[in-house]
Design a protein around this ligand. Structure first.
Ligand SMILES: [Zn+2]
Length: 270
């Protein structure tokens, strides 16, 4: 259980104290959720896979069980990224529908992913050929956006296709942000980290990187990245409506990046 409340500078390392998620929720002015609400959303987001949960365990439809908490209370931020448990995934609230701005320090909603759950659903690209689970879709067909390949697991391909249809109807001025795309499936870890990116499952898309800002590429450091964004909010809202969260809401921002994480979105945007 490592919901973050405050970052304490201890012996040169950032250590987070364990607390109830309420504080983190309230800082964005969104209705507070407790852990049970988060787990309910998680179950509803992945109905093909998750059977249910009890106080300690997430129960998969194939009988597998994952502990909800590893009982660790003092992970550093890097440990949170590298070895999260299930409840750590909800340490920061995804601020759907809000005006983007410089996020608070280490507030990266969605960037903490409990890897065994995602591997159980999408497969392990290091051990299996995942491309058999992929479908190629036409991206912005009205604007000849090319073809992109996404996983069919959890209907991510259909969700992206639906987002593409809406994006295709935006005024022409938006198209330059959306095409050419800059990648979907890529079997890799996140740069500078041992954690797997959602690209490794074929459940993420980078739109045109020419207009993307990435914390590693711009001024600042991991400690103090200065937030920048050029991606219009209309694009973000459409992705969110189809279950994708945006990397532009992260302290460690990546504004061309969208990934399928409906468990972090309020049901009205799903
Ligand atoms: Zn990306």
């Amino acid at each position: 259980m490592t919901f973050l409340r405050a970052a304490l500078l201890v012996a040169g390392a950032l250590v987070f104290s364990s607390t109830h998620p309420l504080q983190a929720e309230q800082s964005y002015g969104t209705p507070p959720l407790n852990l049970k609400d988060h787990l309910t959303r998680l179950m509803q987001a992945y109905p093909d896979w998750i059977q249910g949960f009890d106080d300690q365990t997430l129960i998969m439809k194939d009988g597998r069980k994952f502990a909800i908490s590893d009982q660790s209370t003092d992970k550093t931020f890097n440990e949170l990224l590298a070895q999260p448990d299930i409840d750590d995934m909800f340490y920061a609230v995804y601020p759907a529908g809000t005006t983007p701005h410089q996020p608070e320090e280490n507030n990266d909603p969605g960037r903490v992913r409990f890897e065994p759950l995602f591997v159980a659903m999408y497969g392990d690209c290091n051990k299996q050929r995942l491309v058999g689970r992929f479908r190629t879709i036409n991206w912005l067909p009205r604007h000849q956006g090319g073809r992109v390949s996404m996983t069919t697991v959890n209907g991510v391909d259909k969700a992206l296709e639906a987002a593409s249809r809406e994006l295709d109807n935006l005024p022409d001025g938006f198209v330059k942000f959306l095409k050419p795309t800059s990648g979907t499936f890529n079997c890799r870890k996140i740069a500078g980290s041992t954690a797997r990116s959602m690209h490794a499952y074929g459940a993420a898309i980078d739109i045109n990187d020419k207009f993307g800002d990435y914390w590693r590429r711009t001024q600042g450091s991991a400690k103090n990245p200065k937030w920048k964004n050029q991606v219009p909010i209309e694009i973000v809202r459409i992705f969110e409506r189809h279950g994708f969260i945006w990397g532009g809401y992260w302290y460690h921002y990546d504004t061309m990046h969208f990934e399928y994480r409906p468990e972090l979105l309020p049901s009205r945007t799903r």
